[in-house]
Design a protein around this ligand. Structure first.
Ligand SMILES: [Ca+2]
Ligand SMILES: [Ca+2]
Length: 235
């Protein structure tokens, strides 16, 4: 199945932390962590993240150190998060989309991303299983978090995706999906719903798994120039 990139969130999240020490340094960091109380990752959280993500203890320790370096308060604010997005889309307006993505990662809804939420986000967007990614996509589209998706919510997210597509790229889109309204309509029609119906999580996941076209329509399709920019940032 196609990899769900949702605009390479992982790379944008990763861009927050350019710090990537070699293995030896990682080991040092981890051993040091046991001694410094303020920067130590609790054993419980470490175990939880180890069993729920693909990351090793050494990787988690490294991520945690760089996380604290960038966010001394131990939290990523919404403004910081929007700032990361803004730096990747100089010619467009990613604010609304960034806010929705932030909300979908802020699982305890306290308005910040702590280390756990950050790591789960990284895991989901880079190497998570398809089902986990689709559960996350459902959360992204369920704007009010009531457990179902309405047509308004589809329109809302699709609009925020369109804000990230430069005007000249929008003109190259197929006729029946070249406006947020048309694209939302196409998604809605695929699920066979009436105007005021709702899409449940099960229907959403099954539908997207069964149809690559819908998978494509619910995502932000990264233009080549953004991909190039990501490559530049990595170097
Ligand atoms: Ca939070
Ligand atoms: Ca909803």
């Amino acid at each position: 199945m196609t990899i769900i990139s949702f605009g390479s969130q992982a790379e944008k999240l990763g861009a927050l932390h350019t710090f990537s020490p070699q293995t030896e340094e990682r080991r040092k960091i981890c051993s040091r962590m046991g001694n410094t109380k303020s920067s130590a990752l609790s054993k419980e959280l470490l175990e939880e993240l180890k069993s729920n993500t693909k990351y090793s203890e050494a990787e988690l320790c490294t991520w945690y150190q760089s996380f604290l370096k960038e966010c001394p308060g131990g939290k990523i604010t919404k403004e910081q998060f929007e700032g990361i997005y803004a730096s990747f889309f100089p010619g467009a307006d990613p604010t609304a989309y960034a806010r929705h993505v932030f909300r979908s990662f802020d699982t305890n809804a306290d308005g910040t991303l702590d280390f756990k939420e950050y790591i789960v986000a990284l895991h989901l967007t880079s190497g998570g299983k398809t089902l986990q990614k689709l559960e996350w996509a459902f959360a992204l589209y369920d704007v009010d978090g009531n457990g179902t998706i309405s047509k308004n919510e589809i329109q809302e997210i699709v609009r925020s995706i369109f804000n990230m597509i430069p005007a000249d790229d929008q003109t190259k889109l197929p006729e029946d999906e070249n406006t947020p309204e048309k694209r939302a309509e196409k998604i809605w029609a695929f699920f066979g719903k009436k105007e005021n119906d709702k899409i449940t999580e099960g229907e959403f996941i099954q539908g997207v798994m069964d149809n690559k076209d819908i998978l494509r329509l619910i995502q932000y399709d990264e233009p080549q120039r953004i991909k190039d920019k990501l490559k530049e940032k990595k170097q």
